[in-house]
Design a protein around this ligand. Sequence first.
Ligand code: MN3
Length: 202
Amino acid sequence: MAFELPKLPYAFDALEPHIDAKTMEIHHGKHHAGYTNNLNNAIAGTDLEGKSIDAILTNLDMSNGAVRNNGGGYYNHCLFWEIMSPNGGGTPTGELADAINNAFGSFEAFKDAFSKAAATRFGSGWAWLCVHKGGKVDVCSSANQDNPLMPGIGCGGYPILGLDVWEHAYYLNYQNRRPDYINAFFNVINWEEVSKRYTENK
Ligand code: MN3
C-alpha cells in the first residue's frame, strides 16, 4: 500500500502569526506531497514496498538517495505537522519536563541548545529533540531530509520534536531571519504530542 499525504490537523492559517498560511499551504500541498509521491515511486516494485516508514528509515541503505531524501522528507513532515498546534507553546509537563531538566538543567537551557542546533545547521536540514531507550533526551541536527532514525545520523535517538529549517519553511514570512522563525516556533509547539512520543518511545 502506498504512503499517503496526511491531512493537516488544522487549517493553513491556524499557526499565524508564527507560521503564515501561504507557507503552510505550499509546504504541505507541494513539498510534502512531492516527497510522498517520490517515495512511492522509489519503493514501487522493490522489497521496501509495504514496509512501515519507521522500518524503511531504520534499516536504510544510505546510498539509496531517492529513498533517503524522499523517505526522510515524508517522515519528517508527518512529524512536523503533528508536533505543532494553534493551541501550542508554553512548556512541557510531567516526565518529559523532568527528562529535559535532567539533560539540560532547565527548559530555558534546552531552548537555547535546540535553537542553536537549528540556527547553526548550515543550509537545509532539521533540528531534533530525541529520546534514547531509558528515557534520556538529547538535541541534534541533520542535513537535508536526514533523520536520526537513519543509520549514523544525528544522536541516533528517536525523534520526538523536529524543526524544519529549510528556507521553504520560513522564507516567505521571515526571509533570511531564521532565528526569528526558530523563536516563533516555540509558540506553536504541541507539547502534549511531544510528551506522547516521549512516553511511547523512551
Ligand atoms: Mn520542509
